[in-house]
Write a protein of this length. Structure first.
Length: 254
C-alpha cells in the first residue's frame, strides 16, 4: 500500500489487482487513487468502485497450470480414483484430523494424496505406519508441495481444498472437480464468498466446516463418484472461470 500511495502523490499511474470477490482494506483505500482496478470476478460485483476503473481480467495463474502446457501425468495401473486434499497453512488441523479418523475408509475407496502442512506431517506418517499394509500404498502424505503442485492437480480426479482465490483459479485452469471447505476465519469471510459465487454457478461443491466431522467429508467425496455426470458437469463449469488472458490483460492496463 505505501508504494501505491507514494506513486499517486508523485503522479505515477497506479494499477492494482484484487483477487477476491471482496475487496481487502488496502485495495479499497488504493482503489480511490488507482487508474485501474483489475478484478477476478465480473465487474458488476464491485459496485462500490467507479465502473470506469474496474476491469474484469480474471486471476493469473502460473504458466504450468495452463492446459496447453500439460505434460500429462500418467495414471498407470490405476486401481482407484485419485483424491488430493489440502487446506493450506491455516485451518488444516480440522481437515487433517477428519482424514486421519477416516483413513481406512478413504483408502479402501480412493488413492489419497494428503498435503498436511508442516504441523500435520508427523502425525500423518504415524497414521500411515499404523494402517494395514495393503492400504498404505493408497495414502501419500506430504507436508508441502510447490513446483510439484501442477502435477499433483493433474494426477487428481477430485480436489478437496480451501477457498483461496489462487487455489480456485488453478482448479479452474485445469478443469478439476472440487469440494471447497471455506476457512471462515479468512478476512472478510472472502473464502466463503469466493466459493459461494462459484457454487451458485455450478462450478464447485461447498462443504461447511461444521460438516467436516464423522463421515461428512467421506460421504461428499463418494457422492461425486456415484454420479459421473456431476463430475463431468463440475469439470466443464469450473473451467469457465479460467481466463487464460488474465496476465496479459493486466499487463496491457499497465
Amino acid at each position: 500500500m505505501p508504494v501505491g500511495i507514494a506513486a499517486s502523490k508523485l503522479k505515477v499511474p497506479v494499477v492494482i489487482h484484487e483477487s477476491d470477490i471482496v475487496m481487502g482494506k488496502a485495495n479499497l483505500r488504493l482503489a480511490k487513487k488507482a487508474d485501474y482496478v483489475a478484478v477476478s470476478f465480473p465487474s458488476e460485483l464491485y459496485g462500490n468502485l467507479s465502473p470506469q476503473k474496474v476491469k474484469f481480467t480474471g486471476n493469473p495463474v502460473r504458466a504450468e497450470f495452463y492446459p496447453a502446457s500439460d505434460k500429462l501425468v500418467k495414471k498407470q495401473n490405476k486401481q482407484k480414483p485419485n483424491i488430493m486434499i489440502f487446506a493450506g497453512s491455516q485451518g488444516a488441523e480440522s481437515i487433517n484430523s477428519n482424514v486421519f479418523e477416516n483413513i481406512e475408509i478413504l483408502t479402501k475407496n480412493f488413492h489419497l494424496l494428503h498435503i498436511t502442512g508442516e504441523q500435520g506431517i508427523e502425525r500423518a506418517r504415524f497414521v500411515r505406519h499404523r494402517m494395514p499394509k495393503d492400504l498404505q500404498k493408497f495414502y501419500d502424505p506430504v507436508d508441502f508441495l510447490s513446483n510439484e503442485m501442477p502435477a499433483a492437480y493433474k494426477w487428481s480426479d477430485v480436489v478437496v481444498a480451501r477457498g483461496g482465490m489462487n487455489s480456485l483459479s488453478e482448479l479452474a485452469a485445469l478443469s478439476k472437480p472440487a469440494i471447497i471447505i471455506p476457512l471462515y476465519t479468512s478476512t472478510n469471510n472472502h473464502q466463503f464468498k469466493n466459493a459461494s459465487y462459484m457454487a451458485q454457478h455450478g462450478a464447485v461443491r461447498i462443504l461447511d466446516q461444521s460438516s467436516v466431522k464423522g463421515l461428512g467429508l467421506v460421504n461428499e467425496i463418494s457422492k461425486l463418484f456415484d454420479r459421473p455426470e456431476t463430475l463431468k458437469y463440475l469439470s466443464e463449469t469450473i473451467h469457465k472461470f479460467f481466463k487464460s488472458s488474465a496476465a496479459l490483460d493486466i499487463a496491457r492496463l499497465i
